[in-house]
Design a protein around this ligand. Structure first.
Ligand code: FES
Ligand SMILES: [Fe+2]
Length: 329
């Protein structure tokens, strides 16, 4: 066993909502093979505009529907013998050369929704239906905000290790060379305990005055987060991301980002302002790609946010996964 493997603890896929594509990358009638959570699926957009995800392999002779399949109305048609599957139920609704449809002619379905510029599927290790939702963010589609910039990043690490970074204020000093990240902050939870908000406060000097600003980091499950700068009147910045496990052994994930800022902020800071934020994300990659997962990290007293994060994430795993009650240690 390699040294890195010997020090690594493999986590399963956490339950939750995961992006499988940017909305703009799937036009009506488009069919794509996709592979996430170690599983093969087919993603398509129906004629009415719904994004759908089904298991990949046809119950007939096992063709991968994503390789050459076609959209017919609200269905997808297998490329091998033309059987058609309804995007919502996964049931076969038409066999072009036979009037009787066998009961077992059905492919597995994935709960799908589209929000915040991305298409999401629900993953649950025990195949439970969605247990929570996440909000539509008001910045997207607002005339006061810029056109969002998308980018994606493949990283060889587990989604939890990547997401943990967002709740790790100390690393900003070292990985991102930012000074003075030890600002007072607080953690809050949404009513269902799935939503986690960490806020840090800072006085910011700008050419137009001094402002009490907040860096607000929201998470909805493991892997979905929004980072916002608030406190400058009528100006703001948003970094929204969803990180999706592709395979577990070895760990491979894809992280999709949508960056956005208020028009006045872009006017002031320039076009390349959002691109500089991307460089910040890339600085983390070296750490992620080479680290191991520590199931029981040695933490010091100054690591209170990390300790809190590790308590919060337990609820997203099916086994053992007791739901963490709000306010409970
Ligand atoms: S394998 Fe799909 S229709 Fe025959
Ligand atoms: Fe980072």
């Amino acid at each position: 066993m390699a040294f890195r493997e010997a020090h690594h603890v493999q986590l399963p896929v956490p339950n939750g909502w995961y992006a499988v594509a940017f909305s703009k990358d799937l036009i009506r009638g488009q069919v794509e093979p996709i592979h996430y959570f170690g599983e093969d699926m087919v993603l398509f957009r129906t004629r009415s505009g719904e994004a759908r995800v089904l298991d990949a392999f046809c119950p007939h002779l096992g063709a991968h529907i994503g390789h050459g399949g076609r959209v017919v109305g609200e269905n997808v048609r297998c490329p091998f013998h033309g059987w058609q599957y309804d995007g919502e139920s996964g049931s076969c609704v038409k066999i072009p050369y036979c009037d009787t449809i066998p009961k077992a002619a059905k492919v597995g379905t994935w709960h799908t929704q589209e929000k915040n510029e991305m298409i999401f599927v629900w993953y649950h290790a025990e195949k439970k239906p969605p247990l929570w939702d996440f909000p539509q963010l008001p910045e997207f589609g607002s005339s006061q905000w810029s056109e969002p910039i998308n980018f994606e990043l493949f990283v060889d690490t587990h989604v939890q290790d990547m997401h943990e970074n967002n709740n790790d204020p100390v690393h900003f000093q070292f990985v991102h060379r930012m000074v003075g990240q030890e600002f007072p902050g607080e953690i809050e939870y949404g009513a269902d305990g799935r939503h986690y908000r960490m806020t840090n406060h800072q006085t910011m000097e700008t050419p137009v005055g001094s402002f009490e600003t907040s860096l607000v980091r929201d998470s909805w499950g493991i892997g979905m987060s929004a980072v916002r700068l608030e406190g400058i009147p009528e100006a703001g910045m948003l970094l929204y991301s969803s990180t999706t496990p592709i395979d577990l052994v070895p760990n491979r994930t894809i992280s999709r980002w949508v960056l956005n800022a208020s028009n006045n902020m872009i006017d002031y800071a320039g076009d390349d302002f959002l691109h500089r934020l991307i460089e910040g994300v890339e600085q983390d990659q070296k750490i992620w790609a080479n680290k191991v997962h520590r199931a029981k990290p040695v933490l010091c007293k100054g690591d209170k946010y990390l300790a809190e994060y590790r308590r919060w994430v337990k609820q997203f795993y099916s086994d053992p996964a007791p739901l963490r009650a709000v306010g409970e240690d």
